[in-house]
Write a protein that binds this ligand. Structure first.
Ligand SMILES: Cc1ncc(COP(=O)(O)O)c(C=O)c1O
Length: 441
């Protein structure tokens, strides 16, 4: 990006207008380390399957937490008005993931189960090669009941950690930021989770939660800002996506690149998925993060580069958004470091557009919360902006029309009906998805 372009980007960013930042350090390449890590994460998930099946019969005998890959012709048509090279648009439907109703099931459940297995092994409750499903039984439950799992969250991570911790019998505490939605708090309390509501933002809530947890040796703290376990749990989703694309006959390669649009808060979920995708698809995948215009924590951190934590408040932004899952002012440094060369770029979206896309997706039978609709902004950003066109020229030269665009929808299935219908009504009142906000060029 030239200096005048970068100045313009900064000006728009400060003004809360949508922007696309492309990463000058981006280096799409084969990634043996990421490939090995994804294979390990898949093996770990496989080893948890009997316990998952015992705890949640709705998963069936496979004990797999999977989402559908969904064709969305209506959305494609609506978005193609602003992005004509959009032959293939698919939705990876984590909004309907079992157990937690969001992408956070992939990370939160993985960390809670990994912790339970490690604690049970250390206490001699589970022998190497022993039947992991016994951890759903009464002896293990009595053991876990003396221990606690704690987490800081804007909402959905708290739900996934709280639900899985309680399923095993742990005591659970979820520290929530002021953004947390009342229905998420109520749902956790109904499960017997202790919910501590902070008046502060997400980063401050996490810091307080971490301090409190550190004082109790029987508490395991799920640290959303730096957890490798969460990251690994998310990463396996990329292998699931590859199987589904292959089954549809969409084999990703140099002639058919894959573009991912991943909603980002602290960065763990989109970072883990992007990392896994690099391992699975090598140089042929291009992952983009999406953030609200008032909370572009990954954009400001990745643009700034390593060496100093950077916050959206430094640009005079508010970190206020209806997309509660993405209301994060400072991104995870672990994720920033892992994304340095692996992330194609970051773009921002207005809250109004989130509601428009939510209503657009509703017409196709997808039940999304506002955060989860953000990826629909991707195709227009790539094809309708100077920075996007430069990216396509550099990385997709001649193959843009064959690209497979995947919008990762990250949450919503658990939204109470009344709230969901009011979101749909808001989206409809804002007009069609093709008439989105702001001059993009
Ligand atoms: C629905 C939804 N989408 C996206 C995200 C972003 O995930 P992360 O905070 O790991 O970047 C969250 C986080 O809670 C979420 O709830």
């Amino acid at each position: 990006m030239s200096q005048p372009q970068d100045d313009r980007l900064l000006e728009r960013l400060r003004a809360g207008q949508p922007v696309l930042w492309t990463n000058p350090d981006y280096t799409p390449a084969e990634d043996p380390q990421a490939a090995a890590d994804v294979a390990q994460a898949q093996a770990d998930w496989q080893s948890f399957a009997p316990l998952l099946a015992a705890l949640w019969p709705e998963l069936g005998a496979s004990g797999a937490i999977r989402s559908e890959l969904i064709a969305v012709p209506g959305c494609r048509e609506a978005l193609a008005a602003a992005a004509p090279d959009l032959a293939t648009l698919l939705v990876k439907g984590d909004h309907a993931l079992p157990i937690a109703g969001s992408v956070k099931a992939r990370g939160g459940v993985f960390e809670v189960l990994s912790t339970a297995v490690a604690q049970a092994r250390a206490a001699g409750l589970l022998a190497e090669g022993g039947d992991i499903a016994t951890l759903a039984g009464p002896d293990a439950r009595a053991f876990f009941a003396k221990r606690r799992i704690a987490v800081g969250s804007t909402g959905n991570l708290g739900l996934s950690v709280g639900i899985s911790a309680r399923a095993l019998g742990y005591a659970a505490t979820v520290h929530m930021s002021h953004d947390a939605k009342a229905w998420k708090v109520a749902r956790l309390r109904d499960l017997g989770v202790e919910v501590v509501q902070h008046r502060s933002d997400y980063s401050a809530a996490v810091a307080t939660a971490r301090d409190i947890a550190a004082r109790d040796p029987l508490t395991h703290f799920v640290d959303d800002e730096s957890s490798a376990l969460l990251f690994n749990g998310y990463s396996a989703a990329a292998a699931e996506l590859k199987d589904q694309l292959d089954a549809m006959g969409l084999v990703i390669g140099p002639e058919r690149p894959l573009i991912l649009y991943l909603p980002c808060g602290i960065g763990g979920a989109p970072g883990g998925i992007a990392y896994g995708a690099r391992g699975v698809f090598g140089a042929d995948v291009h992952p983009f993060f999406v953030e609200p215009v008032q909370a572009p924590s990954a954009l400001v951190q990745m643009r700034h580069g390593p060496g100093r934590e950077t916050s959206v408040y430094e640009l005079g932004l508010s970190n206020r958004t209806e997309a509660d899952g993405m209301a994060v002012a400072t991104m995870s440094q672990l994720v920033a470091e892992r994304m340095r060369k692996r992330l194609a770029g970051v773009f921002t979206v207005t809250d109004d557009d989130l509601f428009r896309w939510l209503a657009m997706a509703d017409a196709e039978g997808l039940r999304l919360e506002p955060s989860a609709a953000s990826g629909f902004g991707g195709p227009r950003m790539l094809q309708g902006t100077e920075a996007g066109r430069a990216f396509c020229f550099a990385h997709l030269a001649g193959r843009g029309a064959q690209a497979v665009h995947v919008v990762w929808t990250t949450g919503g299935a658990f939204l109470p009906e009344e709230i969901y219908q009011s979101h749909v009504a808001t989206g409809r009142s804002l007009g069609p998805a093709s008439g989105m906000q702001g001059d993009m060029t």
